[in-house]
Design a protein around this ligand. Structure first.
Ligand SMILES: [Ca+2]
Ligand SMILES: [Ca+2]
Ligand SMILES: [Ca+2]
Length: 464
């Protein structure tokens, strides 16, 4: 039974269920009663979800009911005119929620709290007073994802003996053995639980290697129906895991391709109730030396029998780095392809800290790229790039040019119609950066009669 009271304007005794005659053998189980918005109030206002107003009423069972009374003043879940109304019956697993009143009236006194009600009646040991997670204020089905659903799902007494719910659904739900509280039986999908056991090998490997993943899967309801590894080892894939023994499931992630792919993976498990759980594993990356060249050398000395000698290996990993954010672009200095007529010579100090932040370590610089905001249909005649180490971190004056330590690494070569984006200038020989020095890059060209601008930022500059 579902009772929903909402429209009374009475100032006296609105009730969900009202017993006025001495009914005996009453089985009152699996009901949902809500006394909703209070529309009237008077000096003697009181309201009840259930009112046994005569002494002769005898409840045999009073199980698994949801009683909600949102009225104020003397609002009660359960009124008993005489202790004999319920003292001989079985009363348990009810949910009483009444934010503005009393739990009940028993043995000639209001029982304000659930604990006081339980003490006075010696009933309702398994009762609760949670706010039911109804679908809405006017739809008293239970929301199976509601915050307090665990106070209702599978919390009823098995002694009520009601095998269908208000909707005709089987009670208790398939796959469970304990009924829900209230008129609605609701299937709550309890997900399985995944516990990570191991991944082998556990650390990054020098070559791309498959991984054996082992997890433990349990489920609080139903049975575990499967587990799957979902991975991306260069391509998205999945592999069904095998239930090797007990709760143990294993599966293998294939070796990565490309070999140094950062492999991401997770395990998804399902149970017979349709619940799913996901465990996200820690990613890994094999083959960290890909792209690195190594050069071995030996000290060229005579090695005596039994004596130690020294071998050394230098490894290099090629790559590119970006200096500056491109936030400055201009048709005049400090950009290296600015100006209107004649030519432009610009010098730029790049700090060792900027190179380091860009990912560089000591080694050869083989090319320089400069980012153009837009293309230029023109020729920059005799473009020359010089590079050198410097002890300076800033130029001493705005019109002074540095010359010591500079050598030519590009050009002179005409730069014809540079395109929008990064234009790369491959050096005629590698410039070795020692990993600690600041460097100067000097550019110049001449006889240009038309300009566009490029972006080149965060440098100290010096232009003429
Ligand atoms: Ca409970
Ligand atoms: Ca139902
Ligand atoms: Ca249920």
């Amino acid at each position: 039974m579902v009772v929903y009271q909402t429209s009374t304007t009475s100032t006296f005794i609105p009730c969900g269920v009202f017993f006025t005659a001495g009914a005996t053998g009453v089985n009152f189980n699996h009901n949902t009663i809500v006394m909703n918005t209070q529309l009237g109030a008077g000096a003697n206002f009181s309201s009840f979800c259930v009112n046994a107003s005569v002494a002769g009423v005898r409840f045999t069972t009073f199980y698994n009911n949801i009683l909600v009374n949102n009225h104020s003043s003397t609002a009660l879940w359960f009124f008993t005119a005489a202790t004999l109304n319920i003292s001989g019956g079985a009363v348990d697993n009810n949910n009483y929620y009444v934010p503005g009143g009393h739990v009940g009236y028993y043995n000639a006194a209001n029982r304000t709290t659930l604990a006081a009600w339980q003490t006075a009646t010696s009933k309702d040991a398994n009762a609760e007073n949670a706010n039911p997670p109804f679908v809405s204020a006017t739809d008293l089905h239970l929301n199976n994802a509601g915050a307090t659903i665990s106070n209702f799902d599978q919390q009823g007494s098995t002694s009520a003996g009601i095998t269908t719910d208000y909707d005709g659904n089987t009670r208790p739900n398939l796959g469970t053995t304990i009924p829900d509280i209230g008129a609605d039986e609701v299937a709550v999908i309890t997900p399985p639980v995944i516990s990570f056991t191991s991944i082998s090998p556990s650390s990054n490997q020098c070559t791309a290697t498959s991984r054996l993943v082992t997890v433990s899967v349990t489920t609080p309801a139903g049975t575990v129906s499967g587990a799957t590894i979902n991975y991306n080892n260069g391509a998205a894939g999945s592999v069904a895991m095998t239930n090797t023994v007990g709760t143990t499931w294993t599966g293998t992630i294939p070796a990565a391709s490309p070999t140094n792919t950062i492999v991401t993976w997770s395990v998804t498990a399902t149970n017979s109730l349709g619940g799913t759980a996901t465990y996200t594993g820690t990613s890994y990356q094999d083959d960290p030396n890909v792209g690195i060249t190594a050069v071995a050398s030996a000290r060229p000395t005579t090695v005596c029998s039994g004596a130690a000698d020294t071998l050394s290996v230098i490894i290099n990993k090629s790559g590119t780095g970006v200096i500056g954010s491109g936030s400055v672009n201009s048709s005049s200095s400090p950009t290296p392809f600015s100006g209107t007529y004649g030519g432009m010579k610009g010098q730029y100090i790049i700090l060792a800290s900027e190179l380091t932040a860009a990912g560089y370590t000591a080694g050869n610089i083989t090319a320089i790229g400069i980012n153009f905001v837009s293309s230029v249909t023109a020729t920059y005649t005799g473009l020359t790039i010089q590079i050198g180490n410097t002890a300076l971190s800033a130029f001493p004056g705005t019109l002074s040019l540095e010359s010591s330590g500079l050598a030519t690494y590009y050009g002179p070569t005409n730069l014809v119609n540079p395109t929008a984006g990064v234009n790369t200038f491959t050096l005629s020989s590698s410039f070795y950066w020692d990993g600690t020095s600041n460097i100067i890059i000097s550019t110049n060209w001449s006889k240009q009669y038309y300009y566009k601008y490029c972006c080149f930022s965060s440098y100290n500059h010096n232009c003429i």
